[in-house]
Ligand binder design. Structure first.
Ligand code: SF4
Length: 362
């Protein structure tokens, strides 16, 4: 248990959440869950900090979530940016916040509407999880986001990275956290080449990240790391020749040759074509449910009618397969499945005939 939780003593999750929020808000002293700044940065750390902050100042993109300190808006942006590039996220981010302008609005919305607003962004499960997080904030935290990493981690679906991002980008706390791009930049800068395999563990890179967070400038620093990884020190084509951190970069002497050597041999075998993958069909099912008329959407659609909308040449033999896809969506909260046959009529459709079920958005 953390020192802060120690101070509070044992209590239920709900009241602990509320109390942690209250204590975090009312504490005049610095937060007790101090994550960054455990080690004193060296002179060369300071040089790296200054160079990267200067680079960010000169190169930062004006992104809407960088103008916000609202934890709800930060949460939405962070979830959308998982596995999706900035230029794709931008229109969805604006439209989503217009539809659900507050955590209360998102929590109160019909899940079907949330999934519809997410349409086209992909990985629809993120939308359902995001709404679960919103509901928790509203129901269990009285609508107030926790502010510390430790208390943010209690929100369903919020891991170490997202908790750190909200604590830093909404509440401007000096915390360190790493995602794939930040890990790559820190590894190259402070440890060495990261291909074919990183030589440092995530824990070791995170320790470096904590040491490097400049006191009082964590927001700029972490945004800078993210931007640097997106624009300058990219995975396959880092712009080393024009990099302002060349002199400090441990990977610089060999990164270009290491990447050149590794690319032909490590190119991933062609993945199972996306068009044939289960994920593809999950997306097709959600899209088909989304596009139903209001009447059909309310009633639901059976597998025989849904099949041809999802897969050309669909036949009854494909019903068990489609049933599995639909059940997977149901387990993830992306679809609702209901039986649609009169009770006690064993003749209809045979035993457990999955074609009798009706599917609709939740
Ligand atoms: S020199 Fe190259 S590898 Fe090193 S930080 Fe700059 S862009 Fe990244």
């Amino acid at each position: 248990m953390s020192p802060l939780a120690d101070r509070l003593g044992p209590r239920s999750d709900t009241s602990l959440c509320r109390t942690l929020v209250r204590v975090a808000r009312s504490d005049a002293s610095p937060p007790e869950v101090v994550i960054a700044g455990a080690d004193v940065p060296s002179a060369s750390d300071v040089t790296v900090q200054r160079a990267l902050l200067a680079w960010f100042q000169a190169n930062r993109r004006d992104l809407p979530w960088r103008r916000s300190r609202d934890p709800y808006e930060i949460l939405v942006s962070e979830i959308m940016l998982q596995q999706t590039q900035v230029h794709r996220v931008l229109p969805y981010y604006r439209a989503f916040l217009e539809s659900f302008p507050s955590v209360e609005a998102l929590a109160a919305a019909a899940t079907a509407d949330v999934i519809k607003a997410w349409a086209g962004l992909g990985y629809n499960r993120r939308a359902v999880n995001l709404q679960r997080t919103a509901s928790y904030v509203v129901d269990d935290c009285a609508g107030q986001f926790p502010e510390t990493v430790e208390t943010l981690r209690r929100l369903p679906g919020v891991g170490q990275y997202t908790a750190g991002a909200i604590a830093c980008f909404a509440f401007e706390q000096d915390v360190a956290f790493i995602d794939t791009n930040m890990r790559r930049v820190l590894h190259r800068l402070m440890i060495g080449v990261d291909v074919p395999q990183p030589s440092a563990t995530d824990r070791e890179v995170l320790a470096v990240a904590k040491r490097l967070v400049p006191a009082g400038q964590a927001w700029e620093w972490n945004q800078g790391l993210i931007e640097f990884g997106a624009l300058q020190c990219t995975a396959r084509k880092p712009a080393c020749v024009v990099c302002p951190l060349q002199a400090e970069c441990k990977a610089f002497p060999s990164i270009q040759s290491a990447i050149a050597a590794v690319l032909p041999g490590t190119r991933r075998p062609r993945e199972q074509t996306y068009d044939g993958s289960n994920r593809f069909y999950r997306g097709r099912v959600v899209a088909a449910l989304r596009d139903l008329s209001n009447e059909d959407a309310a009633r639901g659609i059976d597998l025989r009618s849904l099949g041809p909308l999802v897969r050309p040449g669909f036949s009854d033999e494909d019903i068990p397969w489609l049933s599995e896809v639909v059940n997977g969506l149901s387990r993830d909260g992306l679809a609702r499945v209901a039986e649609d046959r009169p009770p006690y009529d064993a003749e209809l459709g045979g035993d457990d005939a999955p074609s009798d079920i009706k599917i609709r958005l939740p």
